[in-house]
Design a binder for this molecule. Structure first.
Ligand code: C5P
Length: 236
């Protein structure tokens, strides 16, 4: 059985400010999505990457990937995505060929993930874990609040920081585990923001492996500044 990666890249990236879909914004002159695809294809185990493009942008994304000359001997499929991340991942899973046994799901918005971290997640699944997430301890203390549209939000509680982890991607899964989570967990509101959360809801154990600072998600304008600096340091 083989290992494939699904890269949801259909988000508009509203929090990053106006402009192109987030995955197509450039870092060091190269679209974030191209960085993310390269990072996953560098992993030894990964033989196929399924890129989930904006719903009306699959042809454009295909042309973009072809124009960046990605490695020989590895396959890239491009499929149109959906309205939420959860829909986009499900559409990516539906495109997987039969021989795929392990699936890594990786946000296009984490373009600088180190290959060693990708390898470690894939290895943990191959060694028997049904679901694996890379994660880091938190720097900030976290409060749970009662959300309000206007005015100060009341604090409801403070979870003990030492027990919390911030999770990253790629998250790794046995294919059957992730597919059944996407079939059985309903999409509510904005849908699931992470795949392991859906697997947890089915009662399947999920384990954490060490994440990496450079696997951060590019979400807000300041993240672009940080990503450019990391890239410049790597190229120096
Ligand atoms: O919005 P957020 O940063 O959580 O998005 C995480 C990833 O999910 C991004 O790579 C984004 O392109 C993707 N996504 C998607 N389809 C959507 C929304 C987000 O593929 N409808």
């Amino acid at each position: 059985l083989t290992t494939a990666a699904v890269i949801p890249a259909a988000g508009r990236g509203v929090r990053l400010g106006p402009g192109a879909p987030k995955a197509l914004r450039t870092l060091g002159g190269v679209p974030m999505l191209v960085h993310a695809v390269r990072a996953l294809l560098r992993a030894r185990a990964v033989t196929l990457v399924v890129v989930v493009a904006p719903p009306d942008g699959a042809v454009e994304v295909r042309l973009l990937l072809d124009s960046h000359g990605l490695p020989e001997g590895k396959e890239i499929l491009v499929v149109p995505g959906g309205a939420t991340r959860q829909d986009s991942v499900r559409l990516g899973l539906e495109a997987l060929p039969d021989d795929v046994g392990t699936v890594l799901v990786h946000d296009a918005a984490r373009p600088l993930v180190p290959v060693d971290m990708v390898d470690a997640v894939a290895a943990a699944v191959c060694e028997g874990a049904p679901a694996v997430v890379p994660a880091l301890p938190l720097a900030d203390t976290v409060k749970q609040v009662e959300p309000r549209d206007h005015g100060p939000e009341p604090v409801v509680g403070t979870p003990e920081r030492a027990l919390l982890r911030a999770v990253q991607t790629p998250q790794g899964f046995r294919r059957d585990v992730l597919v059944s989570a996407h079939l059985r967990v309903p999409a509510e509101g904005e849908g699931a923001t992470d795949d392991a959360g859906m697997v947890e809801r089915l009662g399947t154990p999920v384990v954490v492996v060490p994440g990496h600072e450079e696997a951060f998600k590019v979400t807000r304008p300041l993240d672009l500044v940080l990503a450019e600096a990391v890239l410049a340091r790597r190229r120096a």
